[in-house]
Design a protein around this ligand. Structure first.
Ligand SMILES: [Zn+2]
Ligand SMILES: [Zn+2]
Length: 99
C-alpha cells in the first residue's frame, strides 16, 4: 500500500509555494516540524544545516528510504556529522522578512 505522501511534499507554503513537509516529530514531547522539502538528490550535510539554523531552530534528519513514507527525525548532540541523510531546518519563507 502506498503511504500517504510517500516521497512527496504533503503541502505547499501558501505564501511562497515551496513544497513543505509538516509533521509531528518525537514520541514524548512531539514538536511540529515544518521544513522545505528538498529534491531527493540534494546534498544537505548535517554540519551545513547546523550553520544555517537560527538559535531557536532545530535541525531535522530526513532519511530517504525506499518504499517508506518520509519521516523526519530529531538530531541531537550525538548526531554523526557524516550522516548521509538530508538535514533540514524550519521553512524560512522568503516572502516574510522577520528582521
Ligand atoms: Zn542525519
Ligand atoms: Zn513560504
Amino acid at each position: 500500500m502506498a503511504g500517504r505522501g510517500q516521497g512527496r511534499a504533503d503541502s505547499r507554503c501558501p505564501a511562497c509555494g515551496q513544497p513543505l513537509l509538516t509533521q509531528w516529530v518525537g514520541d514524548v514531547a512531539a514538536l511540529k516540524a515544518r521544513v522545505t522539502l528538498p529534491p531527493p538528490e540534494a546534498h544537505l550535510p548535517y554540519p551545513q544545516a547546523l550553520q544555517d539554523r537560527t538559535d531557536n531552530d532545530l535541525v531535522w534528519c530526513l532519511p530517504r528510504l525506499p518504499h517508506r513514507a518520509l519521516r523526519l527525525r530529531w538530531t541531537g548532540n550525538r548526531h554523526p556529522p557524516n550522516c548521509p541523510h538530508q538535514h533540514l531546518t524550519s521553512h524560512k519563507c522568503p516572502t516574510q522578512k522577520l528582521f
